[in-house]
Design a protein around this ligand. Structure first.
Ligand code: MV4
Length: 458
């Protein structure tokens, strides 16, 4: 096991990694920006080094400063968390050349999965179901029209290096396809520095299902069941749960097997998530693989009893998985609500500021992952996640009651939060039945919170 590792991240996930390290007797070095000098992870890490100003480009994305900090403190590995440099193949490569273990997959695998079109092509070649569409990049209007004729409208134009919904455009006919190509390309160029796009059939009312996997350096692969992340607003996940209310045992088995096949095909190492789009009729397609630990990983930790972050560190240090697939027990139900400093009654506008009160729920089946405390000021420069409220129970019905109870207990003053949104969501009959798609929140909440406070109750 490592003696000391560096954490190249901030906020909730930096604290999550520190907790894992303490339980493994691994010393921690946390690099941070000036804006985070008074953060809880800075206080709890064994060492903390300020590497630059608030702006991410000059601190959390500043590779030379991070590597310098790693060299000076003599760490053996770097944990990138999620976001920032977590899926930067170039950063992983630099770590390798500096003899620092990058806690994640190899630069080659990160690079391959970062190219969504190449990843899709590779998976389709080994028989993994993918959404019908162009076999690779589409560069001209003529090619685009050809693909659309083949798969039929509506189609979606997607950025090859996309993610988070940027550089995506839907087209319903030949005329809108030409402009969809143009806008998707220019948006992708601006957001990712590369305007390459590909095209596929647009699935109208999908669900977002993902499967957590772990793989060690010795060829062992384990999956941990699915997470349903269908409740999103403008590509921001708000609620994640396991098991999915819309997946039966037969489908679940297929999803799990497919996910392990995907990981095996690329000789994946460390924690990863295979993302699927699921049709109304239960048809599922491989979408992409996320080569990092994800925000919603506690859902899987609570349903399996496995500490995924500790496993990540063990795997990176060369240890074998200490359990096999047969040892993984997924019991009951778990749900996570993301508590953001946003005004959900007002278009989810960011609401940074000082937390004059921050009192977290507890009790049976409740876990809160948060770096916040009473008196903490939420910086304006970073994302608005202030806490993850994760609740487990014997079944989904118990989880829904427990989540409402925990949301009621959560006291946050000084900023607006998404708690009122979650409280209302827990009472909505469509959500309670699990009968929703990825458009649900955008459709009913709409602009400026229209619909908020006026939902049908069951
Ligand atoms: C799609 C789709 C429908 N059809 N692809 C959104 C983010 C990116 N990872 C892929 N996304 C989608 N791709 C086809 N062919 C609908 C979405 C989509 C979506 C997917 C998952 C969760 C929420 C979503 C919200 C809007 C659109």
């Amino acid at each position: 096991m490592f003696q000391k590792i560096l954490i190249a991240n901030r906020g909730e996930v930096a604290l999550r990694i520190i907790r894992a390290c303490k339980e493994l007797s691994v010393k921690t070095v946390l690099v941070h920006s000036e804006a985070d000098a008074y953060s809880l992870p800075v206080r709890l890490a064994d060492e903390a080094i300020c590497i630059g100003p608030a702006e991410s480009r000059e601190s959390y994305l500043n590779i030379p400063s991070i590597i310098s900090a790693a060299e000076i403190t003599d760490v053996e590995a770097i944990h990138p968390g999620y976001g920032f440099l977590a899926e930067d193949a170039h950063f992983a490569e630099i770590c390798r050349s500096c003899n620092i273990e990058f806690i994640g997959p190899t630069p080659e695998v990160i690079f391959m999965m970062g190219d969504k079109s190449a990843a899709k092509k590779k998976m389709s070649e080994i028989g993994i179901p993918v959404i019908p569409g162009s076999p690779g990049r589409v560069s001209t209007k003529e090619e685009a029209l050809e693909i659309a004729k083949e798969v039929g409208y509506p189609v979606i134009v997607k950025a090859v290096f996309g993610g988070g919904g940027r550089g995506m455009r839907v087209a319903h006919n030949d005329i809108s396809l030409a402009s969809a190509m143009m806008t998707a390309k220019s948006e992708a160029e601006k957001a990712f520095g590369n305007g390459d796009v590909y095209i596929e059939k647009f699935v109208e009312s999908p669900r977002h299902i993902e499967v957590q996997i772990l793989a060690d350096q010795h060829g062992n692969f384990v999956h941990f069941g699915e997470r349903d992340c269908t409740v999103q607003r403008r590509h921001q996940k708000l609620v994640e749960e396991s098991p999915s209310p819309m997946v039966d045992d037969k489908l679940r088995e297929k999803l799990r097997k497919t996910s392990v096949d995907v990981a095996r095909a690329v000789q994946y190492v460390n924690a990863g998530t295979v993302e699927f789009l699921m049709d109304k009729d239960g048809t599922f397609y491989f979408m992409e693989m996320n080569t990092r630990i994800q925000v919603e990983h506690p859902v899987t930790e609570m349903i399996s009893g496995i500490d995924l972050v500790k496993e990540q560190i063990r795997i990176a240090s060369g240890e074998r998985l200490s359990f096999s697939q047969a040892d993984v027990r997924l019991e009951g139900a778990v749900m996570e609500c993301r508590i953001n400093a946003e005004d959900s009654a007002n278009g989810f506008m960011p609401s940074p500021g000082k937390l004059t009160e921050f009192i977290v729920p507890a009790g049976p089946g409740v876990r809160v992952d948060s770096h916040c405390y009473t008196g903490y000021t939420i910086p304006t420069q970073y994302d608005s996640l202030i806490a993850k409220l994760i609740v487990s129970g014997k079944d989904r019905a118990e989880v829904l009651m427990r989540m409402k109870r925990a949301l009621d207990e959560f006291i946050i003053s000084g900023v607006k939060t998404t708690i009122p949104f979650h409280r209302e969501l827990m009472d909505m009959f469509q959500f309670k039945k699990g009968e929703i798609d990825t458009n649900f929140i955008d459709n009913i909440w709409g602009e400026k919170g229209v619909g908020f406070g006026s939902q049908k109750k069951s």
